[in-house]
Design a protein around this ligand. Structure first.
Ligand code: PTJ
Length: 251
């Protein structure tokens, strides 16, 4: 049951997102630790002004181009992302012809199954990674995230991993995959190890990526390639960090 948040409360949007996550915890979708991770994200969102920056849009365009160019792409889903964006995950997967794989840090079959049900209720047809009997391991990774589906993350050439931990990001990059992440913290290890980092709130990113994917599907391959080649992740992260610093100085 969501708490009654007055519509005119100055922080209504942010409070509503918190309530969604608390509800997700009650429904077995979100891990307890997911609430803490959200708190960290919220702090960075506050610092970037709770809006999508130009740099984030650039990163999203590049990420969408990479996904459209890829032969095999997988969207990795954890508790927070499923709770906040189930419908959008399914739509983005449809538009970009990507697979969806549940992959949890705090792994349990019960939570995997609850997330699968939520995604199916939002229109997904096939979800990988749930109670996986045929899972394979990501080399040199110790966390429960190492177990992945052979037909999903393991064989993908591009993986979208929103709200991720640095270890797996690094391990996936070491496997030669192109890794796209969504992380509000431009200083996180994930943000720095990924090939493309979108410094923005996943709740704003997913609908924007769907919109971009629908437009960019009409572009030819050479145009999409040019977009990815022109993207410089280090530079984009540095400017994103500068946006935070400028915001702080201005106050
Ligand atoms: O569902 P599970 O078991 O897979 O667990 C998911 C969490 C998120 C708990 C797990 O992946 C985790 O502990 O993540 P970290 O290492 O805390 O990293 C999460 C990152 O996401 C941090 O850098 C946060 O700043 C960032 N973040 C949090 N909320 C958002 C976000 N980035 C974008 N949008 C958000 N809404």
């Amino acid at each position: 049951m969501l708490t009654n948040i007055p519509y005119n409360h100055p922080r209504a949007g942010s409070l509503h997102i918190r309530e969604m996550l608390v509800e997700g915890l009650r429904n077995g979708i979100v891990a307890h630790e997911g609430l803490i991770a959200h708190g960290r994200g919220e702090a960075f969102d506050y610092l970037i002004g709770e809006k999508t920056t130009k740099e984030a849009v650039k990163a999203m365009k590049s990420a969408v181009a990479l996904m459209l160019l890829a032969e095999r792409k997988t969207i990795s889903v954890n508790g927070n992302t499923a709770c906040l964006c189930a419908k959008e995950i399914v739509e983005l997967a449809e538009v970009t012809v990507a697979r969806i794989e549940v992959n949890l840090f705090h792994r349990s079959v019960k939570r995997e199954t609850a997330i699968e049900k939520l995604l199916i209720a939002n229109g997904a047809k096939n979800i990988l990674g749930v109670d996986s009997r045929t899972s394979v391991n990501i080399p040199k990774l110790m966390s429960d995230r190492r177990r992945v589906d052979p037909e999903g993350i393991y064989e993908a050439d591009v993986v979208l991993i929103p709200l991720e931990d640095g270890d797996r990001t690094e391990a996936l990059v070491n496997m030669g995959k192109n890794v796209i992440t969504i992380d509000l913290n431009p200083l996180s290890r994930t943000a720095r190890k990924a090939n493309m980092t979108i410094v923005d709130n996943v709740i704003r990113v997913m609908p924007k990526m769907i919109e971009l994917a629908k437009q960019m599907k009409k572009m030819n391959k050479s145009k999409l390639k040019r977009i990815t080649h022109n993207f410089d992740n280090k530079k984009n992260l540095a400017i994103s960090l500068q946006c935070i610093l400028n915001g702080l100085k201005a106050n």
